[in-house]
Structure formats: C-alpha cells, structure tokens
Ligand binder design. Sequence first.
Ligand SMILES: NC(=O)c1ccc[n+]([C@@H]2O[C@H](COP(=O)([O-])OP(=O)(O)OC[C@H]3O[C@@H](n4cnc5c(N)ncnc54)[C@H](OP(=O)(O)O)[C@@H]3O)[C@@H](O)[C@H]2O)c1
Length: 272
Amino acid sequence: METLKLNDGGRLPVIGLGTWDIGGGRTSDRSRDDEMTALIRDAIEMGYTHIDTAEMYGAGHCEDLVGRALQNFNREEIFVTTKVLPDNLRYDDLLRALDGSLERLQTDYADLYLIHWPDPDVPLEESFRALNRAAADGRIRRVGVSNFDVPLLRQAQELCATPVVNDQVRYNLHTRAPEQNGLLRYCQENDVVLTAYSPLKDGVLQNGTIQAVASKHGATAAQVAIRWLTLKPNVVTIPKSSKRTRLRENLEALQLELDEDDVRRLNEATGN
Ligand SMILES: NC(=O)c1ccc[n+]([C@@H]2O[C@H](COP(=O)([O-])OP(=O)(O)OC[C@H]3O[C@@H](n4cnc5c(N)ncnc54)[C@H](OP(=O)(O)O)[C@@H]3O)[C@@H](O)[C@H]2O)c1
C-alpha cells in the first residue's frame, strides 16, 4: 500500500477504510455483528491497514466491531483513527471518551485521535490540554482534527504539544471546498495530511468526465474518483463499502495510471 509520510515521521496509507454506517448510524445496530466483523477482517486482509472510525458511529458500536476485527491481527501493523464527539470536548469528558473508545477498540492506544467537529462553546485550549495529556501518556500516538478550517487549524497547531498531523474534511470531485477555502494549499504547505472523506458521494459517480476517464482506462467511476484524490500532494482518502467486491475495487484504484490530460479534465469537472 502506498503511504504518505506524516510530519511526525509516521506513515499513513493513502487509502483507508471508512466505517460510517457499520454497526449502525447514529444509533447502534447489533443485527449484523458477525457479518460486519468479518467484513472488516477481510478488508484488512485485502490491504486496508488504516481504519477510520469514531465514537459517534453506531453510538460506539462501530468501534466495538473494529475492536473485534483487530484481535486477528498484529495491532502494530494497523493504523487506527478514531474521533471524539463535539459533546465530549471538555477536559474530563474528552479523557473519558477516549478511554471508552480504547475499551471498545480493545487496544491501549489510538494511532490518531481527531476532534470530530469543533464546538464553538468549548475553548480549544481546554480540549488540547486533554489531548496533550493523552498524547504524553501514550493513549494516543498522534493528534489531528476534522472539519477544521484554516484559522481553526492554525489555532490547533499553536495549542498542540505535538505536530497536528491531519485534518479530515469532506472533499471530492463535486465538493471542492478545501480547494476554494485554502485548506488544501495550507495543508500542503504546512505538512499536514488532508484526509478526504465521502470521496464517492455528492453524485461524483454520475459525473460525465469521471465516467469518460473511467471508460478510457477500463476502470470504474469510483476508482477514478479515488485516484484523482490520492494523486494530490498530502491527500489520503477513506472510502467505505459494505461489499467485498467494492472494497477490492476501491483499493485497486491505486493501480490506475491517470495521465496529465485526465487529471486536467477532472480538475476542471465540477458538479455544476
Ligand atoms: N470526519 C467526518 O466528519 C466524516 C464525515 C463523513 C464520513 N467520514 C468518514 O469517511 C468515510 C467515507 O465517507 P462516506 O462513508 O460518507 O462516503 P463514501 O465512502 O464516499 O461513500 C460510501 C457510499 O458509496 C458506496 N460505494 C462504495 N464503494 C463503491 C463503489 N466502488 N461503487 C459504487 N458505490 C460505492 C457505498 O455503498 P455500499 O456500502 O453499499 O458499497 C456507500 O453508500 C466514512 O465511512 C467515515 O469513516 C468522516
């Protein structure tokens, strides 16, 4: 698996496994536990060594299933990202939420812990005091953020005792906010990895240019959408699928060789 170097020297696979809607959406769904645990295991065996989850997903149950799947593997070989809910950004709440995540994940540490969304009612100073403590005592190996714009990311960098390695935001061919608001450029110039979530949503698979480029290469629209993102400096992505054939298809996007003309056409293709 191709990886990107993080600003603390670690490495992050350019394609990770998204897990939203596994183990439930906003509430837990325990009806398909064995099936979903097996799916995550098979994904890891296929080559997904970065798993993206959150305490929010399935109200914690997604982390349970990821934790079960992890038991079959050498923990050190898997990069686990999880996220703290905006409701838990106070000092004690954050440390308690982290312990809950680690317990569900059946692990002593998260490779990367993100503030899922900022909460304007909680000072970032307070959240970062907790994150710095958790990083110092080894419960989290790296700190990152999600859905932060450039001014908030700068603040996070000032408050964080370790490098902020990552900002996870919505970014795909039709949602170009990170290009338009300067976040992508800021991340590229300041050695912060930008994780593009929802790479296949917002109607991108129906985009005419994506489909034309896909048919030129004998690839699928999803593979083009993913490859277009991973060719950008400092960008990784985390597509989710509950189907093994699609999981493999998405991973194989890395074999797609887009030429300069393809990339130019895709850059110019928007949803409008
Ligand atoms: N930080 C945040 O605030 C935030 C927000 C949203 C998401 N995320 C993370 O990012 C991950 C990815 O985002 P996402 O789940 O919103 O969207 P996504 O991965 O872009 O798209 C998932 C959807 O695409 C379908 N799909 C997957 N592969 C496909 C393929 N090859 N061909 C056609 N359809 C395909 C899936 O259906 P099937 O499952 O039926 O295949 C699912 O409906 C999430 O799972 C989560 O881990 C983070």
